[in-house]
Ligand binder design. Structure first.
Ligand SMILES: Cc1cc2nc3c(=O)[nH]c(=O)nc-3n(C[C@H](O)[C@H](O)[C@H](O)COP(=O)(O)O)c2cc1C
Length: 383
């Protein structure tokens, strides 16, 4: 997430220091080009079709931008997808439900890219059996690529490079009825229904819920520390890791210069850096004209993949319409401190007993956002 828009009051107030520091110091924490190179012409010079398609799949939305995918290409015309268990989020996502949604999104983008080359994908989920509560070393999916002259490019393919998770306050403009209806009309998967709320009282209540969810996550030391551990602070760390929560931009640069922003300061709830983060999320939550959520009757692993596929399409459809979308998952998370808020949230939405809200997103309008870092496809290949 770029911090250039963040409300670092103290930092912003230190203009004199900035001037003294000179532009070259401030510019040093701009997003490094290498971190976002995978968004330019993915797979262009790649002779292996599978790698060309995978170069699009890695641009999928995924929790904390962990990019928890591993790919085995040892069998011809086949892609075996595994979960990288070194990139899980055990505190905020104890059953790796969100991680698997990110795998579903990956498979959907792979399929869209296949459509653009006149191929279809034959995907077998969990060919060696479905995971239980924990992810193990069995494959998530096997994908066969089949030439299909009747397949035309899916129009959503064109949106992959523009799609973003817009982690910013939205304009004070209501979501138009036309856009809400277009999102619902394009949504295909009846197994994980979508609901959009634009009603003022419900939106206000949900603004409060997501804000409380963030507060709980940030003030629960182990869940917040999980985020701090994957924060990439400044251009050097972002270029080195190309994943996680990227903190770049002028306020970060100045904050680092002043010693106000570093891993220890961000982790300490008494600091200005921490308080500014909380304030920023509050601003984001209240600047939300509409919410949407995806619900499922069961919470099986295949269902989580289906949700990821449906969510990726929804995000791409929103991109096509010029609607900004931003998941805020805190209240959905499965740990003790979140349970009471979660119960209230589920009853607010009239979610039936036993059903799961898999995604909760903000909807609205925002200026175009920069892309988030991605690792090289090469780093994901097992063979
Ligand atoms: C299952 C899931 C949960 C997510 N939850 C959050 C969230 O709580 N807060 C947030 O800012 N972004 C969330 N995101 C968005 C990711 O952070 C985002 O996809 C990632 O940083 C990559 O950025 P991009 O989508 O712009 O490519 C979520 C994405 C997925 C797939």
């Amino acid at each position: 997430m770029s911090l250039s828009r963040r409300n670092f009051i103290t930092i912003a107030g230190s203009a004199a220091v900035v001037v003294a520091a000179g532009h070259h110091l401030v510019r040093r924490d701009a997003m490094p080009a290498v971190a976002i190179a995978p968004w330019s012409d993915p797979g262009a010079a790649e002779p292996d079709r599978r790698k060309r398609l995978l170069a699009y799949a890695i641009l999928a939305p995924n929790p904390h931008n962990m990019q928890p995918w591993l790919v085995d290409l040892s069998q011809p015309d086949r892609i075996d997808l595994y979960c990288d268990r070194d990139r899980l989020l055990p505190h905020t996502d104890p059953f790796s439900r969100q991680i698997l949604i990110g795998h579903g999104a990956f498979l959907e983008l792979l399929d869209l890219a296949a459509s653009a080359e006149g191929y279809r994908t034959e995907i077998t989920y969990f060919p060696a059996g479905e995971f239980g509560d924990l992810i193990d070393d069995r494959p998530v999916a096997t994908v066969r690529l089949v030439a299909d002259p009747s397949r035309t490019p899916d129009p959503l393919f064109e949106q992959i490079l523009q799609r973003r998770s817009a982690k910013v306050p939205f304009a004070a403009t209501p979501l138009t009825a036309e856009h809400g209806q277009a999102l619902v009309a394009a949504y295909r998967d009846p197994t994980c229904p979508l609901t959009i709320a634009t009603d003022q009282s419900q939106v206000l209540a949900l603004q409060g819920v997501v804000q409380s969810g963030v507060e709980i996550e940030l003030r629960t030391p182990r869940t917040y520390q999980e985020s701090v551990d994957v924060m990439r602070i400044g251009a050097r760390e972002v270029a080195e890791h190309r994943n996680g929560i990227d903190l770049t931009g002028v306020p970060i640069s100045i904050g680092r210069l002043l010693g106000l922003v570093n891993r220890e300061k961000l982790a300490d709830p008494t600091t200005q850096a921490f308080k500014s983060g909380v304030a920023m999320y509050r601003q984001i939550a209240v600047a939300t004209p509409a919410f949407a959520w995806i619900t499922t009757v069961d919470n099986r692993r295949t269902t989580q993949l289906a949700v990821g596929r449906a969510y990726a399409r929804l995000n791409l459809q929103a991109t096509a319409l010029g609607v900004a979308m931003h998941p805020m998952s805190q209240v959905l998370q499965e740990y003790d401190e979140m349970r009471s808020l979660q119960r209230g949230f589920l009853s607010l939405l009239n979610v039936a007993e036993g059903e799961t809200v898999q995604m909760l997103v903000r909807l609205g309008y925002a200026a175009p956002q920069p892309p988030a870092p991605r690792r090289d496809l090469q780093d994901l290949l097992l063979t």
